[in-house]
Design a protein around this ligand. Structure first.
Ligand code: SF4
Length: 376
């Protein structure tokens, strides 16, 4: 939606074709979806399902599982059945795994058709995808470009990645298959950004964004925010995965934070807090850490400001649903919808704020339901 009052907040999304990953639309006017990948052994269906459920609870729209062997695709039946979100099967080279995954109910195959082998095998995989309503993701990666492209270009570069992507696309299109998205990932943010910008011009396929092998939780989140943030801000990207050497749930949280920062998706409580200093009227850092954890279960998009003192507290509270600003004598001021509401002692403040946020979330949901009913 265009923001006419604050036009500097507008992001014009690239126009892409809409496809579906199971029930989740990707591309076109669909919300930018957030996905992750399990790191359990896929053949251990119980462990994989537990991780899929944890990711879905954290907000994952789509979850990918690796299918390196027959035992994995065999477990996929159960995983798909128990998952509340569409499952993408990650396949490398083995065309039979792709067919088995499609048969097992995968919503999407992550596979590069150019790596499958003979044209007959490509046709078989595409037929299985069509028969079972699977979409596909072509996953070009700077680290595994085809040898002839490396020889032609000398090293992984945006042109080589785009050429690889277009070659894979052609194989699908020649077989009249159009339910695909594409990614051109690299661990280098410059290379990934340039490749995505170029592929965005070259095709109308939806784009799956990712900075691959981004690193640890902290470093990888920063790197992903820079690489993907740059692209998303330019309107490029229809679904994202933050790749971290961390729990997949953390990838989901990081993905939402990136989208929330750009106003592209809203989920849960957006906490605005100050860094704290000698003026703080309470321990801001410890309070925010505890609130973040205690409010994790709230899915309703809303904002909360936790500010140490009156220097910035009232101004920040103006823009938030609930606010607390530290004051003197061990107490601070609570703001509701930007307005001063009541005083609250620092002792018991966290419980009080949690209660206010939970109540406000219920109200927001009720208002939203009423508006929806009125519109209908
Ligand atoms: S809002 Fe107050 S306590 Fe927080 S950093 Fe600024 S001056 Fe310090």
């Amino acid at each position: 939606m265009q923001n006419h009052i604050r036009p500097w907040r507008n992001i014009d999304r690239r126009v892409s074709r809409k496809i579906h990953v199971g029930s989740v639309p990707v591309g076109g006017d669909a919300p930018i979806s957030v996905q992750t990948m399990t790191n359990t052994l896929t053949h251990d269906a119980k462990a994989t399902i537990a991780q899929v459920l944890a990711c879905a609870e954290a907000g994952a729209d789509i979850v990918r599982v690796s299918c390196p062997d027959e035992a994995s695709t065999a477990a996929l039946h159960e995983i798909v059945r128990e998952s509340p979100v569409p499952i993408v099967a990650d396949i490398h080279f083995h065309y039979k795994r792709a067919i088995e995954a499609a048969e097992a109910g995968a919503a999407c195959l992550r596979i590069n058709p150019g790596n499958i082998g003979s044209p007959e095998r490509v046709r078989e995989v595409i037929k299985a995808a069509k028969d079972h309503g699977c979409s596909m993701r072509i996953g070009v990666n700077a680290g595994s470009l085809e040898r002839h492209l490396l020889e032609k270009y000398g090293e992984p570069c945006p042109d080589a990645m785009v050429e690889s992507g277009l070659d894979h696309i052609k194989l699908l299109q020649d077989n009249d298959f159009h339910e695909f998205k594409i990614s051109v990932k690299a661990s280098d943010v410059f290379l990934a950004s340039a490749a995505y910008m170029a592929i965005a011009e070259a095709t109308d396929a939806p784009l799956h964004l990712g900075i691959t092998e981004a690193g640890s939780h902290y470093a990888g989140t920063v790197k992903s925010a820079i690489g993907m943030g740059n692209l998303l801000w330019a309107g490029i990207g229809d679904t994202i995965r933050v790749s971290l050497s961390a729990d997949p749930v953390e990838e989901i949280k990081a993905g939402f934070e990136i989208l929330k920062s750009l106003g592209l998706r809203h989920r849960g409580v957006n906490i605005i807090s100050c860094p704290s200093c000698a003026r703080q009227g309470f321990d801001v850092i410890a309070t925010v850490a505890e609130l973040e954890q205690r409010l994790e279960h709230v899915k309703t998009p809303m904002s909360l400001s936790i500010i140490g003192c009156v220097v910035n507290g009232p101004g920040e509270a103006l823009m938030t649903d609930v606010g607390f600003t530290g004051g003197g004598n061990g107490a601070g001021m609570v703001y509701m919808a930007g307005k001063q509401d009541h005083k609250q002692g620092n002792a018991g403040m966290i419980d009080h704020i949690v209660e206010l946020v939970e109540k406000r979330a219920v109200q927001i949901e009720a208002e939203r339901d009423a508006a929806r009913e009125a519109a209908e």
